[in-house]
Design a protein around this ligand. Structure first.
Ligand SMILES: O=C(O)[C@H](O)[C@@H](O)[C@H](O)[C@H](O)COP(=O)(O)O
Length: 319
């Protein structure tokens, strides 16, 4: 699939202005796609017509939105990971503002892997100052059953690369109980989620599942998401909110993971996927292939939310 390109130039001028501004940039339309952003310092031009260079500064990001089949979400393809991370920060900050205003809280679910690096722009200006971090509640879609200071810990990865750099309240960061074995840690995490649903910190979906405001997911080269791996019976779990695995094909073997009904109940899912090694599963999930579903990534499908794919050219190269 070929798509035309829009160029976005983002002002690097630090701004303490909250990104809650209602100032909208015009919607750009093209025969193959349309994009609209709300950003105080975002300037855009299509390949067919240049706009003022007044706002253009150092960071110039190139992104195309490609058409995918209805119901599969929105596919954004960036020139590279740097451009992707600029856009991901804006997307996350906008959702933070929306849910903080509407619900008084913002529930964010992280995964491990390269996602944390892709969130790096959130800890920089203007977001570091403009986001209401005290309203954030942070969870993990999956976690390795290791101590929190272990190199394999997804908590440690997120803490070192993101959480330690912003003023999220320690009591709003929901790490697993690493003193428990996998079964106990999964039970304990599920109990914690149930309590937070009861107190409305976490929203509830129409079908009774916990409804997180934003789920930020990576994907492995085998098409796994969270710790839900191709061919593993856990991908069919329909009762539990959180479950455990002791034979993960990706080390370490013991993990806990959210189940698909919880992932798919989310209000927003961002799939953050870069690199050539991911092109096959991305194409299977979003291409015209009609063969039966075999990959977990193909099972990501929101009940009534929005799915946005943040990819780079390499990951989208087989579409
Ligand atoms: O605990 C884990 O192993 C991760 O949560 C895992 O699901 C990860 O998100 C993907 O494997 C993508 O990882 P990369 O982005 O590093 O490829």
């Amino acid at each position: 699939m070929e798509a035309s390109t829009l160029h976005y130039s983002l002002s690097t001028r630090p701004s303490l202005q909250r990104l809650t501004s209602n100032r909208s940039f015009p919607s750009l339309s093209h025969s193959r796609f349309s994009v609209s952003f709300k950003a105080p310092h975002l300037c855009c031009r299509s390949t067919r017509g240049a706009c003022s260079t007044r706002f253009r500064r150092k960071i110039s990001c190139v992104m195309a939105e490609k058409q995918v089949a209805p119901g599969k979400g929105k596919l954004l393809v960036f020139d590279g990971e740097e451009e992707l991370s600029v856009s991901l920060a804006k997307y996350t900050a906008d959702l933070s503002e929306k849910f903080t205003r509407e619900r008084g809280a913002f529930t964010v679910v992280l995964s491990g892997g390269s996602l944390i690096k892709s969130l790096r722009k959130l800890v920089e200006a203007p977001y570091a100052e403009s986001i209401e971090w005290s309203k954030w509640h942070v969870f993990w879609v999956d976690e390795r059953v290791v101590p929190k200071d272990h190199e394999d810990s997804n908590y440690k990865l997120a803490y070192d690369g993101f959480l330690s750099k912003v003023p999220i309240l320690p009591g709003h960061v929901y790490a697993i109980n690493d003193a428990l074995p996998a079964e106990g840690a999964a039970d304990d995490y599920e109990t914690c989620l149930k309590q937070l649903v009861k107190t409305s910190v976490i929203d509830t979906s129409a079908t009774g599942w916990p409804k997180f405001d934003l789920m930020l997911l990576g994907m492995g080269p085998d098409g796994h998401v969270a710790s839900l791996f191709p061919g593993h019976p856990l991908i069919h779990e329909k009762e539990r909110w959180v479950t455990f695995i002791k034979d993960s094909p990706k080390p370490p073997p013991e993990r806990i993971t959210f189940t698909f009904p919880v992932i798919n109940a989310s209000a927003n899912i961002a799939l953050v996927i870069t690199g050539e090694g991911k092109a096959g599963p991305v194409s299977k999930a979003l291409g015209s292939d009609q063969s039966p579903i075999t990959l977990p990534i193909q099972m990501v499908s929101t009940e009534d939310g929005e799915t946005t794919w943040f990819t780079d050219k390499a990951a989208a190269s087989k579409l």
